[in-house]
Design a protein around this ligand. Structure first.
Ligand SMILES: [Zn+2]
Ligand SMILES: [Zn+2]
Length: 455
């Protein structure tokens, strides 16, 4: 049969469709960039690991270690537990991790989950606290509203002591196991204790207990500081190129002019900070810490963001009352240093074998002197104490591993007696320190026991 009219079909475009490149890890959206409660990088790692159904430790060691420089142990979590705070900071660890994570997720905004954009703005020392802190009310509220549970960067800043939304102190110690959490741990999970795995949201009683311990002016200043720092964090993604440390020296000099007619000594007296310190700040020779700058800003009721963006017209000591608070903080820190007393204490410690379990941190606490001050005066003695402590820690750690090996062996034999196969998970469910199975020696002890049992 002949078809008289040919039908025209729509034509096909045979060109290859451009497929965007795939990321190795999920391209998880970070929470809250451009807000005071932006997520921290370590919190992001926990959520990313959870999205992949692995522990953050596994993610760090299997995926990130190869991409991160090795000088500080790569991304080997066991070796950097005490330094994981730096992963949210402004130094090389944060830079390396951001680069590695951006490579794996194909994102380009992860630096805003750290303080990398403040690297030339504030000295990094004491900028971040060394342990994890959290607001149980925030966790609870997000949980009840079915929002994502995460770890805001704001909570990791040492100067922030109060939740700006719930007005009570941030918590550092798990209310269940009474242990502190490192900033990132093998089993870190947003909202949960990395040591005992319990929920860290609000537990009845804690809120009121916290409120009771704070004086009204402390609470007021704490809320002000948290809000001011939050405001700076929120503005950072948009302003970071405009924020510079030279502004700090310039604005401070302007303030000295305005408040004390250019007299640094008078200005220093008004804000109760040593004259030389203010002089060094004004000349740009030293940078004030975030805490010091926040205190100065608080005296004048000017936020840190306004200070750094030079929106500080109509300056007045309107909040002079507040300087009393700053005064006590600075006075306490500048208490006379009794070099003789400290020296003889340190020397006595070194001759006493029993005191090798003391770290310099504990020594400083006992002496009630800032650790940095002691280091400045007696670096050799401090180093000797630290070295002795490190070796004590190593021995202690070995001892614990030995004990674990023995316990593993006993449990394996016991299970076998009960007719059960002593697998790693069966044994770890019964031993007192299941986490120690991460040590090769403990795993080998189980293998050895199974061999003895001819399994
Ligand atoms: Zn809160
Ligand atoms: Zn716990």
């Amino acid at each position: 049969m002949l078809v008289s009219v040919l039908e025209t079909y729509e034509s096909w475009d045979l060109r290859k469709v451009a497929i965007p490149s795939r990321s190795r890890l999920y391209q998880l959206d970070p929470i809250g960039i451009g807000t005071p409660l932006v997520e921290s990088l370590t919190g992001y790692i926990s959520r990313l690991a959870e999205a992949h159904y692995v522990n953050p430790g596994v993610l760090m060691e299997k995926e990130l270690a190869t991409l991160v420089k090795k000088e500080y142990g790569g991304a080997n979590l066991h070796r950097i537990y005490n330094y994981t705070t730096a992963l949210n900071g402004s130094g090389v660890m944060a830079t390396d991790l951001v680069q590695a994570l951006e490579k794996l997720t194909l994102r380009d905004d992860l630096c805003f989950l750290t303080l990398l954009t403040w690297d030339k703005l504030f000295p990094s020392r004491n900028l971040l606290r060394s342990v994890r802190a959290w607001c149980p009310s925030c966790y609870q509220e997000w949980y009840e509203k079915e929002q994502l549970i995460y770890e805001p960067l704001l909570w990791s800043l040492d100067v922030v002591k109060i939740c700006p939304y719930h007005h009570h102190k941030l918590i550092f110690e798990c209310p269940h196991c009474h242990q502190k959490n490192t900033t990132l741990a093998w089993r870190s999970r947003s909202g949960y204790c990395s040591k005992c795995g319990e929920w860290l949201g609000l537990i009845p009683g804690i809120e009121s207990a916290n409120k009771n311990t704070l004086k009204k002016n402390e609470l007021e200043q704490g809320i002000w500081v948290a809000k001011a720092v939050g405001e700076l964090i929120a503005a950072t993604p948009y302003l970071h190129e405009a924020l510079s440390s030279t502004t700090i020296a310039l604005t401070l000099s302007k303030w000295v002019e305005q408040i004390a007619k250019g007299n640094i000594a008078e200005f220093a007296r008004q804000i109760n900070i040593p004259r030389n310190t203010v002089w060094l700040w004004c000349k740009g020779k030293n940078l004030p810490s975030l805490e010091a700058l926040t205190n100065v800003c608080y005296c004048f009721g000017v936020t840190i963001l306004s200070f750094l963006t030079e929106e500080t017209n109509n300056l007045s000591l309107s909040r002079k009352l507040v300087t009393t608070e700053v005064k006590t903080t600075f006075r306490a820190k500048s208490k006379a240093f009794d070099a003789e007393r400290v020296k003889s204490y340190l020397e006595a410690l070194l001759t006493n074998e029993q005191s090798s379990a003391l770290s310099m941190e504990q020594v400083a606490k006992e002496l009630k002197v800032d650790r940095r001050t002691i280091y400045k005066h007696f670096p050799h003695l401090c180093r000797a104490i630290s070295a002795r402590y490190a070796s004590y820690q190593k021995d202690y750690h070995q001892k614990i591993i030995e004990e674990c090996c023995q316990e593993v062996r006993l449990v394996a034999f016991e299970l076998h007696k009960q007719g059960k196969y002593p697998t790693e998970s069966a044994v770890s469910a019964l031993v007192s320190k299941p986490g120690y199975f991460r040590h090769k020696k403990v795993r080998l002890a189980l293998k050895e026991a199974n061999r003895e049992l001819e399994l």
